[in-house]
Design a protein around this ligand. Structure first.
Ligand code: FPP
Length: 259
């Protein structure tokens, strides 16, 4: 079953793709790179009268399940918005809970990444995080650097405007050094100066929990991405949810501005 981006999938084909084996499903649906704004942990917890922390903890389980599914489906890259540059406005306790969960996730799952050929990559200004976390991240990034399966990209202290500001500064500095003339700067130079420069183009951007905003996530990269919004709260998201997003993508027609 080979579908290209822009090809039309019948409802029946989409149904069967969702329920059949996930192997190679990403390629079949024409998705190389998907990204997710993981939203709704707090609501998941409050609907159960549980503390927010439990929602975030369950959110990590959804991360684990979704990464495994992405790997089984042969997705080249999965980018997850774990902590935005605006999330520092949250109460200190919640920030500390999120950092603790992240620390535990990376430590606990590194062996699974290695066993399954998963490469870890971080986007965002993660060097501003706690030094032990930065050290652990650098270690896992380096240990998985040569893996050729799915790239798991975690956006940490990430904001698209901040990423674009950093890219603009890098290009301005290159121009000041005489390495490039300002007039010669093109979209490809900006692509190359972004944190995502070694990833395939973004095909599909998913947001959970019913909110329909980009929240400063991958603004440049999403220029031609398909947007997919689901009411599912992040802790309830799983392989079937990802499969549904991918098969929906396969039914869309992408025109990139053409007709
Ligand atoms: C949004 O839920 C979610 C976040 C701010 C953080 C996402 C983080 C995780 C899933 C856990 C850590 C990540 C990794 C990669 C291990 P919300 O709190 O805004 O939910 P609400 O809108 O319902 O309140």
């Amino acid at each position: 079953m080979i579908f290209r981006p822009g090809s039309k999938l019948s409802e029946a084909q989409a149904q069967s793709a969702t329920h059949s084996s996930h192997v190679d499903m990403a390629k079949a649906c024409g998705v190389r790179h998907a990204a997710i704004i993981m939203d709704g942990n707090g609501r998941w917890a409050s609907r159960r009268s549980l503390p927010r922390f439990v929602g975030h903890k369950q959110g990590v389980e959804a991360v684990r399940t979704t990464v495994r599914a992405a790997r089984d489906m042969g997705l080249e890259a999965l980018t997850l918005y774990a902590f935005s540059s605006e999330n520092w406005k949250r109460p200190e306790d919640e920030i500390s809970d999120l950092m603790g969960l992240l620390r535990h996730f990376i430590r606990a799952d590194v062996d699974e990444f290695i066993a399954n050929n998963v490469r870890l990559k971080i986007i965002g200004n993660y060097r501003a995080l706690a030094p032990d976390l930065v050290e652990m991240i650098d270690d896992v990034v380096q240990r998985t650097a040569h893996n050729t399966g799915t790239t798991l990209v975690i956006a940490l202290n990430y904001g698209a405007q901040d990423e674009l500001v950093r890219a603009a500064r890098a290009l301005a500095a290159a121009a000041a050094r005489g390495e490039i003339s300002a007039d010669a700067i093109e979209a490809a130079h900006i692509d190359a100066a972004l944190d995502t420069n070694d990833l395939p183009p973004l095909d599909l951007l998913i947001r959970t929990s019913g909110e329909q905003r980009l929240s400063n996530f991958l603004l440049w990269q999403a220029a031609y991405a398909e947007l997919y919004f689901t009411e599912t709260l992040w802790p309830d998201f799983d392989g079937a949810s990802l499969a549904e997003a991918l098969t929906t993508y396969a039914t869309r027609e992408r025109r990139f501005g053409g007709r």
